[in-house]
Design a protein around this ligand. Structure first.
Ligand SMILES: NC(=O)c1ccc[n+]([C@@H]2O[C@H](COP(=O)([O-])OP(=O)(O)OC[C@H]3O[C@@H](n4cnc5c(N)ncnc54)[C@H](OP(=O)(O)O)[C@@H]3O)[C@@H](O)[C@H]2O)c1
Length: 266
């Protein structure tokens, strides 16, 4: 084990996960990163050992946890970005999203937390989304999945604090990772929501393209990992400090309108 300990970063084949894995290597951790196809990772991060993980497969989650062994830092980063009008989201797509963004991360955490508790040290970071704090129309399944994983973290952190294990959520805003190209979309033919959906999507893609770098998110994740006592919630990107401050003074309705307008919606 390296002096700093062992970290496992899910979804380390691209974007935020790759940047977090690189930042943890630079900080002296032994780092495992995951991909569904570890042998086909486009630009493997130097110093990272890749493990196979498909969060939609229970056996794969168990095999990954076993292969990683004692993990001190778990970064639940892998995720799917999904969008579509609420009534047009196929239930199998919603279930797949929750399996990946919520249940898979919960299960992996359940497998690794007992060791952290026994060793009396550890960190678990959920990579959420600012959209969970600032819900956006036509992103309901994604917003709900990120709110759900934050809920697990917020409640469970109280169970682990006495054991020196910190659980937290980092909510990124718009980050330029190319995730827009990988977003799954469900809009019915002839959808009455088409025009509003397209308006929202154009703004979303523009915001992502103009977003901050994955490296800035990684720096925030590392600061959460290395905090003596991680805060319940961190946010980075999309002017997070200003936007969260505004949210404290605005009514819920006004905050909702602010988010809608940023995406061209009424
Ligand atoms: N980019 C943004 O603007 C933004 C904003 C807020 C939150 N986030 C969140 O940040 C996280 C990373 O996003 P990103 O922008 O870096 O996206 P990304 O580049 O598309 O990375 C997603 C990662 O998830 C992995 N993955 C996908 N399906 C999987 C599955 N079934 N099992 C296991 N791993 C799977 C992918 O690995 P393989 O394909 O190699 O398996 C990939 O490494 C996500 O949770 C996302 O929701 C992103």
């Amino acid at each position: 084990m390296s002096a700093r300990g062992t970290a496992l970063v899910t979804g380390a084949s691209s974007g935020i996960g790759a940047a977090v894995a690189a930042a943890l290597v630079a900080r002296g951790y032994k780092v495992y990163g995951t991909s569904r196809n570890p042998e086909k990772v486009n630009a493997p991060v130097r110093g990272v050992t890749y493990l196979a993980l498909d969060l939609s497969d229970e056996a794969s989650i168990e095999a990954c946890a076993a292969a990683a062994g004692d993990v001190d830092v778990l970064i639940n980063n892998a995720g799917e970005s999904q969008s579509g009008p609420f009534e047009e989201l196929p239930m199998d797509a919603v279930r797949r999203l929750f399996q990946l963004n919520v249940f898979g991360a919960v299960r992996l955490s359940q497998l690794l937390l007992p060791g952290m508790r026994e060793r009396r040290r550890g960190r678990v970071v959920m990579v959420g989304s600012m959209l969970a704090s600032f819900p956006l129309a036509y992103r309901s399944s994604y917003v709900a999945s990120k709110a759900a994983i934050k809920g697990f973290a917020l409640a469970a952190r109280r169970e682990y604090a006495p054991y020196g294990v910190g659980i937290t959520t980092v909510e990124p805003g718009s980050i330029a990772t190319g995730i827009s190209e990988r977003r799954t979309q469900y809009v019915a033919d002839g959808s009455p929501f088409r025009a509003a959906y397209d308006t929202m999507l154009a703004a979303l893609n523009r915001n992502e393209a103009n977003g901050i770098s994955a490296e800035k998110v990684a720096a925030k994740v590392v600061s959460a990992v290395e905090a003596g006592r991680p805060r319940p919630l961190y946010a980075v990107g999309s002017n997070a400090p200003v936007v969260f401050a505004l949210r404290r003074v605005l009514s819920r309705g006004a905050a909702e309108r602010m988010v809608a307008r940023r995406h061209g919606l009424r």
